[in-house]
Design a protein around this ligand. Structure first.
Ligand code: AMP
Ligand code: GLY
Length: 413
């Protein structure tokens, strides 16, 4: 089988790696890919939103299955177009992907199907929004209603911070058209629950925990994620079961009922509150960096899982008991502005898996090419072992312009 993976980050690197383990998969293309992915797949220089070129390529090469990584490709309608052209693809239509791209739509779906989440209201007017915040409780959470690469959320610990966020999103329109969702602040440990979904069929994956803030001790701005691990020891099977029955299944079934069925990865960003698991956010795709710690633990054939899901067949996913923990190396300045093109050395000496998130190869050198650059992972019988392995590998990588968090997994270790 020939597959095409769309994307260029660590998530796609992990998807490509998992597909490369499938005995059925004979050829993997990745568009556009990166320097790490190029070792496992043939990278083709097509951008993730250039959907006509992607469909032309899939048709010309006789691709059996295309797998979509990033939300931008989904929002551009890559799945709609492939479906129209009779090309097999795994991912949601742009309408179904609104569960991620519109915070307000996600809230409406949760309200309709009684899925536990924080109370909220949506605003596009600054005066009304600030009046609502002043009348409510602090901390409060302000979310830009659209795609903002994981950076459109401000947990405001003071009225001043809330005001600055509202001004930024509604008056200065930092991310484009201004509309915000203001949410009640929830407290508890967070975890990521990704499920393969096909209409009302839900195939749960193992849990992971991400670290969204840029710096140690959960300080600093929100990022796309600075490190992750799987399994998550403090979320028991009972809680996972509740999350599946009370959150993931009702949403998948609800989307079918409202004529907007979801096929792809439904990612629940969940929080374990005193009243049980609740939704912080949904994504319509594999999480990054969660995918880099979950897929390496999957013993089953990922290609076969996608195929089974597309047909709505039963599929028992087998998992490795070993733990995986990964630390992101990001360019100094990320999630703000940062420089690219710094040389990375030492990777050849690393024995554990390193996923490339933003790299490029030039004149035989490996260079930084993004905000998040590498995800260095370790694997072991326990999270402690996995952590130690990751740290050993991390110490071998030389690049002056990268930084990382040194407390990934601390809550679980
Ligand atoms: P999101 O992009 O929606 O996942 O939000 C990014 C981060 O902001 C989450 O991982 C949480 O740590 C925090 N956050 C978002 N919504 C809430 C909420 N309602 N209560 C507390 N923290 C939140
Ligand atoms: N790591 C969180 C995300 O993929 O959105």
């Amino acid at each position: 089988m020939k597959t095409l993976v769309i994307g260029s980050g660590g998530r796609e690197h992990a998807i490509v790696e998992a597909l490369s383990r499938s005995p059925q998969v004979t050829k993997i293309y990745c568009a556009p890919g990166n320097a790490g992915i190029a070792k496992l797949a043939e990278c083709v220089n097509i951008g993730v939103t250039d959907i006509d070129a992607l469909a032309d390529f899939a048709e010309k090469e006789g691709i059996d299955l295309t797998v979509v990584g990033p939300e931008a490709a989904l929002a551009a309608g890559v799945v709609n177009l492939f479906n129209e052209r009779g090309l097999k693809i795994f991912g949601p239509t742009k309408e179904a992907a609104r569960i991620e791209s519109s915070k307000e739509y996600a809230k409406q779906v949760m309200e309709r199907f009684e899925v536990p989440t924080a109370g909220y209201r949506a605003f596009d007017n600054y005066e009304e929004a600030i009046a609502y915040v002043k009348a409510g409780k602090i901390p409060t959470v302000i979310k830009y209603d659209g795609l903002a690469a994981g950076k459109g959320v401000v947990v405001a610990m003071s009225l001043e911070e809330a005001d600055a966020a509202l001004r930024d999103m509604l008056l200065d329109s930092s991310f484009g058209k201004g509309r915000v969702v203001i949410e009640d602040f929830l407290e508890g440990p967070e975890f990521s629950f990704m499920c393969v979904v096909s209409g009302d069929k839900v195939y749960p994956l193992e849990l992971a925990q991400d670290h969204k803030r840029a710096y140690d001790g959960d300080k600093g701005p929100n990022t796309g994620g600075m490190g992750a691990y799987s399994p998550v020891p403090f979320i028991g099977d009972d809680i996972k079961k509740r999350a599946l029955e009370e959150i993931m299944k009702p949403v998948a079934e609800g989307l079918v009922k409202e004529g907007n069925p979801f096929t792809g990865i439904l990612y629940g960003g969940l929080i374990l509150t005193e009243d049980g698991p609740k939704v912080i956010e949904f994504n319509a795709r594999f999480g990054d960096p969660e995918t880099e710690v979950v897929l390496p633990r999957m013993k089953s054939d990922l290609y076969a899982l996608f195929e089974a899901a597309l047909k709505g067949e039963e599929f028992d996913i087998e998992w490795d008991k070993d733990a995986v923990l990964g630390v992101v190396l990001a360019s100094k300045g990320y999630p703000g502005s940062y420089a690219k093109g710094a040389e990375i050395n030492g990777l050849d000496d690393v024995e554990t898996s390193v996923y490339h998130m933003g790299t490029t190869a030039k004149d035989g050198k490996l260079l930084t090419a993004g905000g998040r650059v590498l995800m260095v992972t370790g694997k072991g019988a326990t999270l402690e072992d996995a952590h130690a392995e990751a740290m050993k590998s991390l110490a071998k990588i030389e690049c002056a312009s990268l930084f990382h968090r040194s407390d990934i997994g601390k809550a679980a270790l």
